[in-house]
Design a protein around this ligand. Structure first.
Ligand SMILES: [Mg+2]
Length: 408
C-alpha cells in the first residue's frame, strides 16, 4: 500500500505573530528536517503551502506501519526548537489516507487525508488520524452537534459546576472556578472536552462564553442574597471572546445588571488564547484589570511559554497545570518545575494556584514551596451550585476544612 499524509502545524500563526516571519520560516525548515529524519529512503516529504506538509510513504504493509511513522513524526517535535536563546515547542496534526482503500487517485487521497487531519485537530491536536468511512459518520455527528449547540444556548441546556480553591495562607475557600457542563437532551451530561472544540471551530464559542459570564454572575448574586461568604468566581474564556473589542463593556454591563463588584469576577485565559494576538489580548486584559477584574493565566507551562511575553501580560495569578502536580512528590522532577513557577510568580508579583491537587503530600509540598492556593479533588470535585453552597456552609472555618482535607 501507499500512504498519503497531510501534516499541519498546530497554532503556527502564534509563532509567526510572536516571533516574526523570519523565525517562522526557520522553524518550518527545522520541522521539515525533523520530518525527513523519520522517513525511509524512497518516502517523500513536500511542503504543501503555509505550515502544511504532505508525505508519501511507500511499502506500507499494514495500518500499524503507517501509525508507527506518524507517531515517530509527532515524537520528533518533542524536543523544543531554540531561536535567539528561547525555546519553543510546537505540535502537529496528521491525517492519513491509504491506497487503495481510501482512494485510488491523487485528488481523492489528498482530500481524504485532509479530512482525517481535520479530525485530528478536532480531537485536540498533536495526534494523527487514519481516514475511514467512519469519518463520514463523524462529520455527520459534528454537524448534529453543531445544530444542537445552536439550540443549547437558547434553551438553557448548559450548567455551571463550581470547584473551590483553598487559600493556603488563610486556610479558607476564597475562590472557585466555574466549569461548564452541557445537559444534552439525549446524550446526558457532556463535559467541555466533548463540545468546546466544535464550538470554537463553528464560532459558537463566544455566545457560550457570554452565557458562562452571565450565569456565573447570576449565581454570585444569588449566593450573596442568601448571605453566603463573598467568593471570587473564575470563568474560562476562549481566544475568540478575548479578541472582541467590546468585551470589557459587555462584562461591565453584566456586572452592573447583577449589582456585583468587579473583584468578584475572575477571568482565566490560557497561553494559547493570548498568543493568538498578543497586542489585542494585552489591551483587552489591561482594560479588564483596570476595571478591577482578577486575571489568571490558566494551565501555565503547557503552551508556548514565552517568558518574554509573560511579563507584559496584566495578570494577578498563574495557575500551575495539573500535568506538573499529578506526579508531584519529594523525589519527583516535577518539584523543580513547580518550584520554578512559584518563584517566577513571586518575582513577577503574581499569586500561584496549583490545579489537580489530589494528595495531602502534594498539598504539603506546595505549602512549603510558598504556593498561594490549591484546587483539586483533595479539596473537592466540581460541584453543582446547590452542593457547592452546602460545601461552603459546612467548611466555612479553617479547622473544619483542614480536617476534611487531611481525612480525605
Ligand atoms: Mg481553568
Amino acid at each position: 500500500m501507499l500512504a498519503v499524509c497531510f501534516v499541519d502545524l498546530d497554532h503556527f500563526k502564534a509563532i509567526n505573530d510572536t516571533l516574526g516571519h523570519a523565525v517562522g520560516d526557520q522553524l518550518l525548515q527545522q520541522v521539515a528536517r525533523r520530518i525527513s529524519g523519520c522517513l525511509k529512503e524512497g518516502d517523500i516529504v513536500a511542503r504543501w503551502g503555509g505550515d502544511e506538509f504532505t508525505l508519501m510513504l511507500q511499502n506500507i504493509q499494514s495500518t500499524e506501519d503507517v501509525a508507527k511513522v506518524a507517531q515517530r513524526v509527532l515524537n520528533s517535535l518533542r524536543e523544543p526548537f531554540v531561536f535567539n536563546h528561547q525555546a519553543f515547542r510546537i505540535t502537529m496534526s496528521i491525517g492519513i489516507a491509504l491506497t487503495p482503500s481510501h482512494g485510488q487517485d491523487v485528488e481523492t487521497l489528498l482530500k481524504n487525508a485532509d479530512a482525517a487531519m481535520y479530525d485530528a485537530k478536532h480531537q485536540g491536536r498533536n495526534n494523527y488520524k487514519l481516514h475511514s468511512s467512519v469519518t463520514i459518520g463523524k462529520a455527520l455527528d459534528q454537524l448534529i452537534l453543531t445544530n444542537d449547540l445552536h439550540k443549547a444556548v437558547d434553551q438553557n441546556e448548559f450548567v455551571l459546576h463550581y470547584q473551590p480553591q483553598l487559600d493556603l495562607q488563610t486556610g479558607r475557600v476564597t475562590a472557585a472556578e466555574a466549569l461548564i457542563r452541557w445537559q444534552h437532551p439525549h446524550k446526558g451530561l457532556l463535559m467541555p472536552g466533548e463540545f468546546i472544540a466544535t464550538a470554537e471551530v463553528t464560532g459558537q464559542i463566544s455566545a457560550i462564553d457570554e452565557w458562562v459570564i452571565r450565569a456565573a454572575c447570576a449565581q454570585i448574586r444569588s449566593w450573596q442574597n442568601r448571605g453566603n461568604p463573598l467568593l471570587r468566581i473564575a470563568v474560562n474564556l476562549s481566544a475568540q471572546t478575548i479578541q472582541q473589542k467590546n468585551l470589557p463593556k459587555k462584562i461591565a454591563q453584566i456586572l452592573l445588571e447583577h449589582r456585583l463588584d468587579s473583584s468578584q469576577l475572575e477571568i482565566e485565559i490560557t497561553e494559547r488564547v493570548v498568543m493568538q494576538d498578543i497586542p489585542a489580548a494585552i489591551s483587552t486584559l489591561q482594560e479588564l484589570k483596570d476595571m478591577g477584574i482578577y486575571i489568571s493565566m490558566d494551565d501555565f507551562g503547557t503552551g508556548h511559554s514565552s517568558l518574554a511575553a509573560l511579563k507584559q501580560f496584566p495578570l494577578h495569578s498563574l495557575k500551575i497545570a495539573r500535568e506538573f502536580i499529578q506526579d508531584l512528590s519529594p523525589e519527583s522532577r516535577e518539584i523543580a518545575v513547580v518550584q520554578a513557577v512559584i518563584a517566577l510568580g513571586h518575582g513577577l508579583n503574581l499569586e500561584t494556584v496549583a490545579e489537580g491537587v489530589e494528595k495531602v503530600e502534594q498539598l504539603e509540598i506546595l505549602r512549603a514551596l510558598g504556593c498561594s492556593s490549591v484546587q483539586g479533588y483533595l479539596l473537592s470535585k466540581p460541584l453543582a451550585a446547590k452542593q457547592f453552597q452546602q460545601f461552603i456552609q459546612t467548611h466555612n472555618n479553617p479547622e473544619e476544612l483542614c480536617k476534611a482535607v487531611t481525612e480525605h
